[in-house]
Design a protein around this ligand. Structure first.
Ligand SMILES: Nc1ncnc2c1ncn2[C@@H]1O[C@H](COP(=O)(O)OP(=O)(O)O)[C@@H](O)[C@H]1O
Ligand code: SF4
Ligand SMILES: [Mg+2]
Length: 312
């Protein structure tokens, strides 16, 4: 895909999110930065992958785009409109064009709704006439590889894999401009996981929406993403064309992640000092003094960004 020919469908600029720990936590009142100046573009028709360990800020980022979490600074532009600055009505209308698939399909649906009601929920909310919804429903269900007789089943009568397909059908029903996928396969067994990955690829090729796929699993992202970013402790550490990053990872953390695909294990990494490079404690190349400060995210060329003092 040639970057210059495609327009950004979504532009995320300098997003900072700060959480104050609640009264039930041991560190009551303490603030943590879940996102620290996140910026990237998602181009039309591309899948932008975001890979990071648990706690790196992946879900927070998608929640900011969906309006579930408010950033302290930053902008989110959909087709050039900053959705954090427009009035509620305009924002609601723009968000109708964003599909969202969360990690846990069971938590994402009303257990008392039949499949036909779950899938048609956003269409009804968008005011699509009933006759048209009835006409669309079989195509939608078939496009996610489900038989039509699931339409009258309840969530508990489906396997997790089937239910995730229902949630995906609901997300694509609105013909989204942007589809957000939050670890869409992590609750599934490995066979179902590969079926859902194949389905997501087919749907994207067919519908051509822009998409963000977040996952702790670089392997899942590597199957689907055109470009990807590596996230740690709320900072992007590397970003580039997926194939280039996978074939030639530059950041020491990305190198470890790429190796972990071969080793089939990913080590969780926790930032110790918020003012240091988040990979400091684990990096075998660290420069003792210099790396105690966060390096800037620099552009190596128009296709690759990296945050590491070895390149600055
Ligand atoms: N509602 C919240 N209140 C306080 N801290 C939160 C909240 N949600 C997430 N966090 C913290 O923010 C950081 C990023 O979390 P999250 O976005 O869920 O990461 P990921 O999806 O990558 O696992 C973590 O340290 C997490 O504990
Ligand atoms: S900035 Fe320093 S500690 Fe961080 S990844 Fe680069 S070399 Fe390692
Ligand atoms: Mg998450």
């Amino acid at each position: 895909m040639e970057k210059a020919l495609l327009k950004p469908a979504l532009q995320v600029r300098d997003i900072w999110v700060e959480y104050t720990l609640s009264s039930t936590s041991l560190s009551t009142g303490k603030k943590i930065y879940a996102l620290r100046g996140i910026s990237f573009d998602v181009l039309e028709r591309e899948i932008f992958g975001i890979v990071g360990a648990s706690g790196s800020g992946k879900s927070t980022l998608l929640k900011v785009i969906m309006g579930f979490v408010s950033p302290s600074v930053g902008s989110i532009e959909v087709d050039g409109i900053n959705i954090l600055k427009v009035n509620r009505e305009t924002r609601k209308n723009i968000l109708k064009k964003i599909g969202y698939v969360s990690q846990d399909p069971l938590a994402a649906v009303n257990p008392r709704f039949k499949v036909r009601d779950i899938v048609t929920e956003p269409l009804k909310a968008a005011g699509v006439p009933k006759r048209e919804i009835t006409k669309m429903l079989p195509t939608l269900i078939e496009s996610v590889g489900l038989p039509l007789d699931v339409l009258d089943l309840l969530p508990h009568e489906l396997s997790l894999g089937m239910l995730q397909r229902v949630v995906i059908a609901r997300a694509i029903a609105i013909k989204p401009r942007v589809l957000l996928l939050d670890e869409p396969t992590s609750a599934l067994d490995s066979v179902t996981q590969s079926h859902v990955i194949a389905l997501l690829k087919e749907l994207k090729d067919f519908f051509g929406y822009a998409s963000i796929l977040v996952s702790h699993d670089l392997k899942v992202v590597s199957y689907l993403a055109d470009r990807l970013a590596i996230l740690m402790a709320g900072l992007i550490l590397e970003e580039g064309i997926a194939l280039n990053v996978l074939n030639n990872p530059l950041h020491p953390y990305t190198q470890e992640l790429v190796d972990s695909i071969k080793l089939k294990e990913v080590r969780e990494v926790f930032a110790v000092d918020p003012s240091a490079c988040p990979f400091y404690a684990h990096c075998y190349l660290r420069l003792e003094e210099k790396c105690r400060k966060i390096p800037p995210l620099i552009e190596l060329d128009s296709k690759r960004r990296i945050r590491c003092w070895l390149y600055s």
